[in-house]
Design a protein around this ligand. Structure first.
Ligand SMILES: O=C(CO)COP(=O)(O)O
Ligand SMILES: O=C[C@H](O)COP(=O)(O)O
Ligand SMILES: [Zn+2]
Ligand SMILES: [Zn+2]
Length: 354
C-alpha cells in the first residue's frame, strides 16, 4: 500500500473506538522497530518526523527511510507525518516532499517558543488546511500550550515548546475556543493541552486529575465530536526503563509519565493519535548501556544497535496492543490522496461543531 492519508486512518480508529500511537523516528533502527512491532500485531502505522529529526538525519533520509518501510511492508497502512511544523512554509515543504500529513503548530509563533494569539493560530492553520486538503493531505493543529500544571513551566525540552512560565488558562485547551477554532479552520485533528509535556520529566509524582486533566478531553470532544483529538507528550516513562538506565551508569532523576490507563480513558473520549518519542529513547538508551556494560570488548555498532532496536520494538508493540490497534491495519482501505482530495472538495469530510 502506498503512503496513505492520516485522516482516513484516524476516521477508522474513531469508527472502531481505538487510538493509534504516532512514533517519532530519526533513524533506520527506529523505523525498523516500529514496523516490525506493527507487523506482529497487525497495527496501522503513523511515523512522524520532528524538526529535530529532519535536521539530524536530513530530509531525504527521513523520506526514503519511511518509503522503504512502505516498500518492505506493503500490507501495512502507513502515514508519513510531519510533527510540529512552525510555519505554513515548513508545512508546504513537507507536502512537497510527499508527506501525507502535516502538523501546523500555531499555538506558538514561528520561533517555536512564544505563545501566539488565537487569531494568529487560526490564520496559519487555515493557510495550511487550504494547501493540504487540495492535494488530499491531512492537517493536525494545536490549541493550548503544552506545559506542566504542577509548576507552570512551559515545555521547552526537545527543541520545541514555549519557554518560561505559563498560566493554567494557556496550558488547558478551552472547549469553547476549540469549537470556534475547528469551525474556522476545518482541520482534521486537534492537539490539545491537558497537562502533558514533551520529554522524560513530565510529573514529579504519578499524575492525578489536578495535573493531568483527562476530564478536559471529554468536554472538548462533546463540542467537536468528529475532530480527532491528539495527545502530545504522551510517553508513559516506564519506571523499569529508568531503572535499567540507572543500573548501568545512567543518572535519570525520579520522574513520572502519562499512565497507559489514563490514555486508554482518553481514547474513550475521542483521542485518536497519541504521540510517543521519549519511551523509545529510554528503551534504546537502557539497552545500549546494558549491552556495552556487559560486553566491554564489543565494538561493532550492529551488535549494540540490535538490542536497542529490540527494546524499542517491545515498547511499540505494547502500545499498539494497549491502544486497541491489534488487527486493525488490514481493515483500512487505503484511499489515494487524490481520492481524499475529491472527498474534501465535495464537503464529505467537513467538521461537525456543537
Ligand atoms: O509529543 C511528542 C512528539 O510530538 C512526544 O512526546 P514524548 O516526549 O512524551 O514522547
Ligand atoms: O516534538 C517533540 C518530539 O519529542 C521530538 O523531539 P526532537 O525535536 O528532539 O526530535
Ligand atoms: Zn505546540
Ligand atoms: Zn509534540
Amino acid at each position: 500500500m502506498p503512503l496513505i492519508s492520516m485522516r482516513e486512518m484516524l476516521d477508522h480508529a474513531a469508527e472502531h473506538s481505538y487510538g493509534i500511537p504516532a512514533f517519532n523516528v530519526n533513524n533506520l533502527e527506529q523505523v525498523q522497530a516500529v514496523m516490525s512491532a506493527a507487523d506482529e500485531v497487525g497495527a496501522p502505522v503513523i511515523l512522524q518526523a520532528s524538526a529535530g529529526a529532519r535536521k539530524y538525519a536530513g530530509e531525504p533520509f527521513i523520506k526514503h527511510l519511511i518509503q522503504a518501510a512502505a516498500e518492505m511492508y506493503p500490507h501495512i497502512p502507513l502515514v508519513m507525518h510531519q510533527d510540529h511544523g512552525t510555519t505554513p512554509e515548513v508545512c508546504q515543504g513537507a507536502l512537497n516532499l510527499g508527506f501525507g500529513s502535516v502538523m501546523m503548530d500555531g499555538s506558538l509563533m514561528s520561533d517555536g517558543k512564544t505563545p501566539s494569539s488565537f487569531d494568529y493560530n487560526v490564520d496559519v492553520t487555515q493557510k495550511v488546511v487550504a494547501m493540504a486538503h487540495q492535494i488530499g493531505a491531512t492537517v493536525e493543529g494545536e490549541l493550548g500550550c503544552l506545559g506542566n500544571l504542577e509548576t507552570g513551566d512551559a515545555g521547552e525540552e526537545d527543541g520545541i515548546g514555549a519557554v518560561g512560565k505559563l498560566d493554567h488558562s494557556q496550558m488547558l485547551t478551552d472547549p469553547e475556543e476549540a469549537a470556534v477554532f475547528v469551525k474556522a479552520t476545518q482541520l482534521d485533528a486537534l492537539a490539545i493541552a491537558i497537562g502533558t509535556s514533551h520529554g522524560a520529566y513530565k510529573f514529579s509524582r504519578k499524575p492525578t486529575g489536578d495535573i493531568l486533566a483527562i476530564s478536559r478531553v471529554k468536554e472538548i470532544h462533546a463540542r467537536i465530536p468528529n475532530t480527532h483529538l491528539v495527545m502530545h507528550g504522551s510517553s508513559s516513562v516506564p519506571q523499569e526503563l529508568l531503572a535499567i538506565i540507572n543500573q548501568y551508569g545512567g543518572k535519570m532523576k525520579e520522574t513520572y509519565g502519562v499512565p497507559v490507563e489514563e490514555i486508554q480513558e482518553a481514547i474513550k473520549y475521542g483521542v485518536r493519535k497519541i504521540n510517543i518519542d521519549t519511551d523509545i529513547r529510554l528503551a534504546m538508551t537502557g539497552a545500549v548501556r546494558k549491552f556495552l556494560a556487559e560486553n566491554p570488548d564489543k565494538f561493532d555498532a550492529r551488535e549494540w544497535l540490535k538490542p536497542a532496536r529490540e527494546a524499542a520494538k517491545q515498547v511499540c508493540k505494547a502500545r499498539y496492543i494497549e491502544f486497541g490497534c491489534e488487527g486493525q491495519g488490514a481493515k483500512i482501505k487505503g484511499y489515494s490522496l487524490d481520492q481524499m482530495a475529491k472527498k474534501y472538495a465535495a464537503g464529505d469530510l467537513a467538521q461537525l461543531v456543537k
